[in-house]
Design a binder for this molecule. Structure first.
Ligand code: PLP
Length: 621
C-alpha cells in the first residue's frame, strides 16, 4: 500500500499491523479503534474521520517552510498564506484552519458571494488577507467593501477589466477605500491535470495591456495606493517544480514592471498549485509531485528575491493560495466491505461434470486438469474458445443452465490456475496481461463514489486505499472496489503504484470481523464536489483529537444526511409523501390486501426510513 511513501508525517502502520493517524510528535491512534467506538455508539457507517490536528499541522508545515526559506535567504519581507475555501468549506475545516492560521496571519480566499459571507464571519488576525477572487457582481463587491469597514484586510481581485469601474463606483457610493488586486494571465503553464488553467487561453485574468490600463485608470483617480496585489495562478496540483519556478519568475517580472509603471504593490500572490503526492512516487505523474513543501517555498522565495534584486524593486509580501496541500491529509473515508463477488468466488460445491453433461463442459474439465507452464497459452486459448461455444450452444438450447454454470466456473478456474502458474514469470503474453483484472474480486463497499470521491470518477484522480488493520497479514485477494450506487461507473479500478497505475488492489479475505477500508488524502475538493447520485447523501463525520498515550477523543459526531433531506432537495415535501402513502394504504385496506394493523406498521417503517441514513445500515460487528 506504499504507506511510508505518501503518508508524510500524518499516518503510519503500527507494529500491530494497524493504520494509525500520527498528527504530532508522540501522538498516534489506530483508526480501527476509532471506527469501533463509533460503531459501539450505535452510529452507522460509512463515516469520514476528520483530524483537525492534521489540518493545524499542515498550516504550520507550510508557514514554517516559507519562514525558514525567508530566514535562510535573508528575504526582506514575509509570507502570508490564504486558504481558498472552495477546496473545502466544511465548518470544521474552515474554523480549524482559521484558528491554526491565526498566529501566522493566514487568511482566506472567497470565490463567490456565499463564500465571502462565510469568510466574513470568521475571526481572523487583523493582517490576515481575505482575498475575493472570481467573477463579481455589485452585491459581491459591496459585501467585500463592507468587510473593510469591519477592519478586515479584504482585497478584491479583478479577474476582468470591466470589474474595475464597478469596484470604483461601489467604493465611492459606500465611502470605503478599496484594496484591489489584479489577476494576470501568465504565459507560463502548470503541469498535470490543470495545465489549462494557465497560459494565454486561461479563463481568468488580464493581459499585459489591461494590467497597464488598470494602473493608468487608478492613477487618474489618484488611487494608485489602492492597487495592492498582483495575483497569478497556473492551476492546481502542479507536478513539476520547474513549472513553478518559471511561473514565479514571470509573475515577479510582471510585478517589477507594474512597479516601474508607478504601481505601489505590496503583495505578490503566486496562487495555488502546491501538490499532494497521492501515489508517493515523487514524480511528475499527475497523481504525484517531484518536490517537497520545503523545496516549493524555497524556490518561490529565491526566485522572487533574485528578480527583485535584478530589477531593483522592493521585495513584496509573498502570498500563496494553497488549498489542496493544506486539506487533503486531514480526512479519511471509512468504507465497510459489505460483500465480495467475482470469479474467485465460484461455488466450490458445483457438481463435477457427469455422464449427462454436455461434451463442451467435459472438454473444459479436461483443459483444467492438463494445464502446465509449457501449455498454459494453448490452454488459455482453448478455454476462451470453449466458453464462447458454451454460450452459443446455450442460446440455441443445447446446453442446460446447470452445464452453463459448471462451464463458466471451469473457465474461471482455468484462468486462476494460469494466473498462479505465471505469477513469477518475467514474460507474459499480451493476451494474458489483463488476467489479474479479469480475475479480480469485486469488494462491494458501503459508499457512493459520486458523493465521496467524485474526482476518481470525473478525472481519474487516485487516492491511497488501505485496510485499517491486518496489515501484517499477507493479502490473498486481488480486488477492485464497487460502490452501492446503481451505476456501473461507481467503481474503483485504478490504484496507486510507484511505477504505474495498478488495476487491482491486494486485499484480505474478510472474516467474521467487519473489514474496513480507508481512503486517504481525500480532504481536498472531494467533500464539496460530491453529488447525490441515487440520493446517497452527505456521509457522517467524526471529528477526532488524538491524545498522548495512543488515546483519542471523538469531539463531535455529525450524522450524515437523512433520506428525507435528500428527497426534499429534489422538490418534494415530507408531509406530501406521507399523505400519498397513507391514501394508498387506505385504498389497499378497502381492497382487502392490507389490514389496519399492517397500515400502522407500514407507516411507521416508512417514517423511520425517511429519517434514516441513506447508506446501507447493517448491524456492524
Ligand atoms: N487559487 C485559485 C485562484 C484557484 O483557482 C485554485 C484552484 O485551482 C486555488 C487557489 C487552490 O489551488 P490548490 O488547491 O492547488 O492549492
Amino acid at each position: 500500500y506504499q504507506v511510508p511513501n505518501w503518508s508524510g508525517d500524518w499516518f503510519r502502520v503500527s507494529d500491530r499491523g494497524e493504520m494509525e493517524v500520527t498528527p504530532g510528535p508522540g501522538l498516534h491512534a489506530p483508526l480501527r479503534a476509532i471506527v469501533d467506538e463509533i460503531v459501539e455508539r450505535g452510529e452507522s457507517l460509512p463515516v469520514i474521520l476528520r483530524f483537525p490536528q492534521v489540518l493545524a499541522g499542515r498550516v504550520k508545515h507550510l508557514n514554517e517552510a516559507f519562514q525558514n526559506a525567508i530566514t535562510e535567504y535573508g528575504y526582506g519581507n514575509h509570507y502570508q498564506g490564504v486558504f481558498p475555501i472552495k477546496v473545502n468549506q466544511r465548518r470544521v475545516v474552515v474554523e480549524s484552519l482559521a484558528a491554526a492560521g491565526y498566529d501566522y496571519a493566514h487568511g482566506l480566499e472567497a470565490g463567490s458571494k456565499a463564500e465571502l459571507a462565510l469568510c466574513l464571519a470568521q475571526r481572523m488576525h487583523p493582517d490576515a488577507l481575505l482575498c475575493c477572487n472570481g467573477f463579481k457582481d455589485d452585491g459581491f463587491i459591496k459585501l467585500a467593501l463592507w468587510g473593510r469597514t469591519l477592519g478586515k484586510n479584504v482585497v478584491i481581485t479583478i479577474e476582468k477589466f470591466s470589474e474595475l469601474d464597478r469596484i470604483l463606483k461601489q467604493a465611492r457610493a459606500l465611502g470605503v477605500k478599496p484594496a484591489i488586486g489584479v489577476r494576470f494571465k501568465l504565459h507560463a503553464r502548470g503541469s498535470g491535470q490543470w495545465e489549462e488553467s494557465g497560459g494565454d487561453q486561461a479563463k481568468f485574468g488580464l493581459n499585459a495591456y489591461e494590467l497597464l490600463r488598470v494602473v493608468e485608470r487608478l492613477r487618474e483617480e489618484d488611487m494608485l495606493d489602492s492597487l495592492v496585489m498582483l495575483h497569478t495562478h497556473i492551476g492546481s496540483q502542479i507536478t513539476d517544480i520547474r513549472r513553478v519556478k518559471v511561473a514565479v519568475r514571470e509573475a515577479t517580472q510582471t510585478y517589477a514592471g507594474m512597479i516601474a509603471a508607478g504601481a505601489q504593490l505590496k503583495y505578490l500572490n503566486v496562487g495555488g498549485g502546491l501538490g499532494v503526492d497521492y501515489d508517493g512516487s515523487k514524480t511528475t505523474f499527475y497523481a504525484s509531485m517531484n518536490y517537497t513543501v520545503r523545496e516549493y517555498a524555497a524556490d518561490i522565495v529565491y526566485t522572487i528575491q533574485e528578480v527583485c534584486k535584478a530589477r531593483e524593486v522592493p521585495e513584496p509580501v509573498i502570498i500563496s493560495e494553497s488549498g489542496r496541500a493544506l486539506t487533503a491529509h486531514h480526512a479519511v473515508l471509512i468504507m465497510p466491505v459489505v460483500d465480495v463477488t467475482g470469479p474467485t468466488r465460484d461455488l466450490e460445491d458445483l457438481a463435477p461434470a457427469s455422464e449427462d453433461s454436455h461434451q463442451i463442459v467435459k472438454d473444459m474439465e479436461d483443459v483444467l486438469e492438463k494445464i502446465t507452464l509449457r501449455n498454459y497459452r494453448e490452454s488459455y486459448n482453448d478455454a476462451v474458445g470453449d466458453k464462447q461455444t458454451l454460450h452459443n450452444l446455450f442460446d440455441l438450447g443445447y446446453v442446460t443452465l446447470s452445464d452453463r454454470a459448471r462451464g463458466e466456473a471451469l473457465f474461471n478456474a482455468i484462468l486462476r490456475r494460469i494466473a498462479k502458474l505465471i505469477q513469477n514469470e518475467k514474460y507474459v503474453p499480451d493476451e494474458l496481461e489483463d488476467l489479474q483484472k479479469v480475475l479480480a474480486d469485486k469488494f462491494i463497499c458501503n459508499f457512493s463514489l459520486f458523493q465521496s470521491l467524485p474526482d476518481n470518477w470525473a478525472i481519474q484522480a487516485l487516492f491511497p486505499i488501505v485496510p485499517l488493520d491486518r496489515l501484517n497479514e499477507q493479502p490473498t485477494r486481488q480486488a477492485t472496489i464497487v460502490d452501492i450506487t446503481c451505476d456501473s461507473d461507481g467503481k474503483i479500478d485504478k490504484f496507486i503504484d510507484l511505477r504505474d497505475v495498478k488495476s487491482t488492489l491486494p486485499l484480505h479475505e474478510p472474516g467474521d470481523r467487519p473489514y474496513y477500508l480507508g481512503t486517504f488524502l481525500m480532504g481536498a475538493y472531494q467533500d464539496v464536489l460530491g453529488s447525490a447520485h441515487n440520493l446517497f447523501g452527505k456521509v457522517s463525520e467524526a471529528h477526532v483529537t488524538v491524545r498522548p498515550g495512543g488515546k483519542f477523543h471523538i469531539d463531535l459526531f455529525v450524522r450524515g444526511q437523512k433520506a428525507r433531506r435528500m428527497i426534499e432537495s429534489m422538490g418534494y415535501e415530507e408531509p406530501m409523501l406521507r399523505d400519498a402513502i397513507e391514501d394508498q394504504a387506505d385504498d389497499a385496506i378497502k381492497q382487502g390486501i392490507l389490514t389496519a394493523g399492517q397500515e400502522n406498521e407500514l407507516l411507521d417503517d416508512y417514517g423511520e426510513e425517511l429519517l434514516g441514513y441513506t447508506y446501507l445500515e447493517y448491524e456492524e460487528g
